[in-house]
Design a protein around this ligand. Structure first.
Ligand code: ATP
Ligand code: MG
Length: 400
């Protein structure tokens, strides 16, 4: 449990937020949302003490452990992967080290014996005997193969390092877990694994994310940071969005009777719960919405930014026609016989387990490198307008 009282932070003259009073309870997962620069990361940093120039207080339940997803990817470079994961439980890690140091002494005293037995008791209490196998199973769940578990962190590629740091944050089931944009750099399979893990995690989780689907599958509450205000709402992202918009419409329709409003909100909750229970993750968290008090639904004052693409001219119906596209690099086949058509207004997601195949495919589409064999027809000007999701960089259209 995390309790914040009168929390506020200011950088220079800019007040990010002030007078925040909020409780984060076990069993709930809070999705922190807000525009870029709204203060989401700063809010988490206040909770784990990295930002200290604040007003107010932050407190945790007695004896509770806090765990944070580390952002510095090279912090553990000189350490083995399994060790890095186990270091996520600092107290257990300290006990393991102190125990090892005592047992490796040549002049083992009576006092050492007493201390060692204290440490053994602590170690057993923290399920220390299963620490290594728990760490290994977390790593395997995240897709880190066993032959990498004893390698040094610096020998891993960037994406695998991120997974190890995630395993470190989850290790030992912390009472309070803080994750800042955990799905960045994760592949789809790992995101699915994390969704399943967090949906069934019964301690307190606060997660910053811009990914609506991810928030929908894990969150019981939404915390919105907008124009210096922090507000907490019950429900996952879609529930929060639709219910708070409904409440806003009701507020604007002033002649609507209180009874009618209540009935409309109750019907909305019932419809939403019925749909939620059809999804494959049927956790007790979903049931929370059924128990919701309609007074908890508040109109949202959130402002929505928009990204509006205005093409120089209307595209034709046929955007791209690909037939039998194949490509090998240095004798290795990346893909073959790729055929599809793309029409105006189509939205297509390309998935690949091999990032080289994906990059090469787009380089071919953009005309930067040739295919081995292909029939490729398309509107070149439109195809050169590429947007790289997750990198926050959109390339400008190049004129042809
Ligand atoms: N130590 C600091 N000193 C001065 N300004 C800071 C400091 N840390 C953050 N800021 C500013 O505070 C604001 C909030 O930053 P923060 O990183 O919390 O945003 P965010 O909501 O996490 O954004 P994003 O979605 O881009 O990650 C930004 O304008 C940032 O430049
Ligand atoms: Mg941030």
């Amino acid at each position: 449990m995390i309790t914040v009282n009168n929390l506020g932070v200011q950088f220079g003259k800019r007040i990010l937020f002030q007078d925040v009073n909020m409780v984060f309870n076990p069993g709930n997962c809070y999705g922190i949302i807000g525009a870029n620069g709204a203060g989401k990361s700063t809010f988490l940093k206040l909770l784990y003490g990295e930002v200290t120039n604040t007003k107010g207080t932050v407190s945790f339940g007695p004896g509770e452990r806090l765990s944070v997803l580390k952002q510095n990817h090279s912090e553990f470079d000189e350490l083995p992967v399994l060790t890095t994961v186990m270091m996520g439980h600092a107290e257990l890690w300290g006990v393991m080290n102190e125990k090892d140091a005592i047992y490796s002494k040549t002049d083992f005293s009576e006092a050492d014996g007493i201390r060692a037995s204290e440490l053994e008791e602590k170690f057993a209490g923290m399920d220390g005997w299963n620490a290594e196998s728990d760490a290994a199973s977390l790593l395997s769940g995240l897709g880190i193969k066993e032959h990498l578990h004893n390698k040094l962190m610096k020998d891993l590629n960037g994406k695998d390092k991120v997974k190890v740091l995630l395993a470190q944050a989850l290790f030992g089931k912390p009472d309070n877990l803080l994750l800042d944009e955990p799905t960045n750099d994760l592949d789809l399979d790992t995101v699915n694994w994390l969704e399943g893990y967090l949906a069934n995690f019964d301690n307190t989780v606060l997660v910053v994310s811009h990914d609506r689907h991810f928030l929908d599958s894990i969150c019981t509450h939404i915390v919105d940071i907008d124009f210096g205000r922090i507000q907490q709402f019950p429900g996952n992202y879609t529930f929060w969005y639709e219910s708070s918009q409904l409440a806003l419409r009701q507020q604007q329709a002033q002649n609507k009777k209180a009874e009618d409003r209540k009935k409309e909100l109750q019907e909305f909750i019932a419809r939403f719960s019925a749909n939620a229970s059809k999804s494959k993750q049927t956790t007790s968290r979903k049931k929370m919405i059924e128990k919701l008090n309609i007074e908890e639904i508040k109109p949202s004052t959130r402002k929505y930014p928009g990204i509006i693409f205005t093409p120089d001219r209307e595209p034709g119906n046929s955007i791209l026609d690909v037939k039998g596209l194949s490509k090998s690099v240095d004798g290795e086949l990346l893909f073959k016989d790729l055929s599809f058509t793309m029409q105006k207004d189509d939205k297509i997601i390309f998935l690949s387990r091999d990032t080289r195949a994906m990059t090469t495919f787009f380089e071919i589409i953009k005309g930067h490198i040739p295919a081995d064999n292909a029939h490729l027809n398309g509107d070149k000007r439109l195809l050169k307008y590429t947007c790289h999701l997750n990198t926050k960089n959109c390339s400008k259209p190049t004129s042809t």
